[in-house]
Write a protein of this length. Sequence first.
Lengths: 130, 130, 130, 130
Amino acid sequence: MLLQLELESNIPIYKQIANQIIVGIAKGELTEGEELPSVRQMASDIGINMHTVNKAYSNLKQAGWVIIHRKKGVLICTSLKSQVDNHFVEILRDSLEVSIAEAFLKGVTKDEFTKLIEEKYAEYRGGNSQ
Amino acid sequence: MLLQLELESNIPIYKQIANQIIVGIAKGELTEGEELPSVRQMASDIGINMHTVNKAYSNLKQAGWVIIHRKKGVLICTSLKSQVDNHFVEILRDSLEVSIAEAFLKGVTKDEFTKLIEEKYAEYRGGNSQ
Amino acid sequence: MLLQLELESNIPIYKQIANQIIVGIAKGELTEGEELPSVRQMASDIGINMHTVNKAYSNLKQAGWVIIHRKKGVLICTSLKSQVDNHFVEILRDSLEVSIAEAFLKGVTKDEFTKLIEEKYAEYRGGNSQ
Amino acid sequence: MLLQLELESNIPIYKQIANQIIVGIAKGELTEGEELPSVRQMASDIGINMHTVNKAYSNLKQAGWVIIHRKKGVLICTSLKSQVDNHFVEILRDSLEVSIAEAFLKGVTKDEFTKLIEEKYAEYRGGNSQ
DNA sequence: GTGGTCTAGACCACG
DNA sequence: GTGGTCTAGACCACA
């Protein structure tokens, strides 16, 4: 699992880290119980501030993607997926609204769009046994 | 066209405005050549500062969604959008990556996801003659 | 001499009018002593405010491209061209500086650039006996 | 790199800043990756408001002349500029039309004009390895 | 009246 | 410390 940060992106670094870890879980590159590098370790690895890594981990913990164990460190936690509430779908729908609108207006067809979704799902299902 | 802003959101107000206008165009609520309220008008309507609205309009103008007409003010501009370059699809793919990963992990099935897309496309195509 | 205004341009209308008249003179479409439509006439012709046309004419007069005659109206005046002072070349150089820099950086070659100049000069010399 | 602003000019300050930075890049005074002063720094240096500098930087970022690096601040970005599309040449042609017409009418010869271009190109190529 | 620009002061997220 | 955002009040060019 190698993080690829874009320091010139408008996405904050801490969020890039968190995002890539989530995608890593989906792809199956990070599995249940797997240990993430310590805050210090990752910070020095990728040459950024400790606070930034810490914020990424805190967010991931808050969202339930990792648990922070006093002794074992930061562990991947994928077992919370059973909370498929409608609430999440609503949030998802809202968060995608503008992207879909823009895609529609730019001339991206529905089929192109769904094909994109399917490709990602295939990518994720390939690595994970869902 | 009524704007619904969340002043407490972590999404900047100017972006909420721009987003809702884009969605409004997609839904067909805002049509080619339609006139938007002046920056001062909209600002006073929704109780925010003029410059915030101005920033939203400037961004929309920059992205080609509106034009500034010297006699009529700010007008919706939907033409010339069919520049479906692969570049845009790439950006779209990247911007959706995390959302799709999260949805996948939360247990949202591919069919549920594509159904969501189809609903939005139906909503947009319904109001617009694309 | 037909004016083509772009109401959506970021160039003020009065300046578009003045610019097109100057180009018209250079192309030979407007010749020494030729009469321009009255302020009222042009304003109603192109559907804009009288003040706007008035401002265009005033600017042209100020720059010496027209003279405003009490009885004959607004007349083209090309005879002032003998003031080829270095001052003008300096102003020209400054006004072009950014355009040339951008063109250079965008990869426009010197030959492409000078070819563009030559084409325009040919266009102007063709209609005018300079 | 010293900025020379004319606060009395009809050219907005933020545009003067942006223009001089572009010219600075062309001249080779500003090179790839070079760091620009922070908005507050430059603002206090030249005695203007922070937001004016910010607008200049934002425009430059939008146009791709600089990037905002999350650790290093605002950096000059000269790569990826060789997108010599015909579109740009068209815009250039239009933006020069009036200047060329005026120069022609003022008696500036084609050779004088192209000499001016060549001088600028030499100035730019001298500092930059294009 | 419009949008465009500038100033000033403030808070926040980020690193 | 940085850039990003928001507010507030002002002047100007334009139409």
